[in-house]
Design a protein around this ligand. Structure first.
Ligand code: AMP
Ligand code: MG
Length: 416
């Protein structure tokens, strides 16, 4: 029995059009295999600088530190009155007000209160804030209920301490991270260069989307769905011309693809006579880590390394290409881009209808996740059904070791 990720391809087998079995892995083992291999051999990417408003989606290249305490002084989180908790409950005398952007010059002594607005610094002497809604006021007198020390105050440094690392290098920046960069005054952001991935479709039947296909031909949708997935994963795609199902064409295209940081092929990895991708890669001295994963769609999936670059041979049916990219190639791309980790957007949802499948494979089926969190499979004709895929907003994930689910049972969902 072959262990995962363990075996070099036997060069001698490369002369036939079929190659020997390399390794069949479960979904989880295959993902771990990809992550382990890429993590073990990746180099730190080059660093470039971008403006704050171009930073979302990029990977932070340098730890970001707080430039001061956050908040820099104790601030009120409500509109109301700054008081001394020890005076409450009781009647208090209002000695002034403080607005956001001001500092109250005086001191709150026993029996006194200062009217305060959200975001304003808490005056000296006060140790709590009571909401305006909870106060009865008559001129400069308020009747204050009992409050506890610290109520509605964000203490100085409670969100972050000066010099504290608030984001680590390797973080994929999102809109909240951009807010934090702005907050701490970083306007030129050090990010890793985007990893380049070559996308190579194979197949004699494939024509470009702007061509009029004959009935026996198919427009090349895969490199375009892949390019969209790559952009979302923070990579830069270069789309290569389609390789024909012959060795010379496939070899030349693969050699070109291997000059990128990563290569993703679509098609040509099944058991057919003209599925030449593995054979050609073997001829280039490739090392194969697995060539079959117990999933559907996407079972004949190839992962390996040639000329020091990782490659994925993604099966050509559109659903297979999409799903295998999301599950495996995306992790490789994100890690090569300097991300500290790659996470799958998996969640759980109740099923809107009974569901069953044949155990043995983990299935990823087009589904609709409604506004109220209920998941319903989208009817489809199988892996080539692009219209059904386009009607889905998620994939139902059916575990390999369970056969039946009732409506209302919880099931895993891969968000799209
Ligand atoms: P293959 O994995 O090469 O056996 O391809 C399986 C099926 O996927 C083919 O019969 C095509 O219908 C389809 N296919 C292959 N490549 C593409 C592509 N680039 N775009 C859309 N469909 C494709
Ligand atoms: Mg093909």
């Amino acid at each position: 029995m072959l262990g995962p990720c363990s075996r070099l391809f036997e060069q001698g087998k490369a002369c036939s059009t079929r190659i020997a079995f390399v390794a069949t892995l479960s979904f989880r083992d295959a993902r771990a295999c990809v992550i382990d291999h890429v993590t073990a051999s990746r180099a730190v990417p080059a660093v470039e600088h971008v403006g704050l408003d171009c930073a979302a989606g990029r990977v932070l290249a340098k730890d970001a530190q707080a430039d001061r305490d956050y908040p820099a002084l104790a601030r009120s989180v409500r509109d109301g009155f700054a008081v001394r908790a020890g005076d409450t409950p009781g009647k208090l005398h209002v000695i002034g007000e403080v607005r956001a952007g001001e500092v109250f010059a005086g001191h709150v002594n026993s029996g006194e209160a200062v009217e305060i607005m959200t975001g304003a610094p808490v005056p000296q002497g006060a140790d709590a804030v009571v909401m305006v809604e909870h106060i009865a006021r008559q001129d400069r007198q308020i009747a204050c209920p009992a409050v506890r020390v610290g109520q509605f105050i964000n203490p100085k440094g409670s969100e972050a301490r000066r010099s504290e690392v608030v984001m680590r290098a390797g973080l994929r920046l999102d809109y909240s991270s951009v807010a934090l960069l702005a907050t701490i005054g970083i306007t030129r952001v050090a990010v890793f260069r985007k990893p380049r991935i070559a996308l190579l479709a194979t197949g004699d039947e494939i024509v470009e989307p702007d061509e009029g296909p004959a009935d026996h031909q198919i427009r090349n949708s895969n490199v375009h769905s892949l390019a969209a997935q790559v952009a979302r994963a923070g990579g830069e795609a270069s789309i290569l011309p389609v390789a024909k199902d012959d060795r010379e064409s496939t070899r030349a295209a693969i050699e070109l693809g291997l000059t990128s940081d990563l290569l993703a092929l679509s098609g040509g990895v099944s058991a057919g006579k003209y599925d030449l991708v593995e054979v050609v890669l073997a001829g280039l001295g490739a090392e194969f880590f697995f060539d079959r994963v117990l999933i559907q769609p996407g079972q004949p999936l190839v992962f390996g390394r040639a000329r020091e670059k990782f490659f994925f041979g993604l099966p050509g049916n559109p659903a297979s290409t999409m799903v295998t990219f999301e599950l495996f190639a995306r992790a490789a791309l994100e890690l090569l881009g300097g991300q500290d980790r790659s996470l799958l957007p998996l969640t759980l949802a109740p099923l809107g209808a009974d569901f069953c499948h044949k155990p043995g494979l983990t299935r990823f089926l087009p589904a609709w996740l409604s506004d109220d969190g209920v998941l319903t499979p989208v009817p489809w004709q199988g892996s080539s059904d692009v219209p059904a895929l386009a009607r889905s907003n998620a994939f139902l994930v059916a575990d390999a070791d369970r056969e039946q689910w009732k409506a209302g049972d919880t099931i895993q969902v891969l968000l799209k």
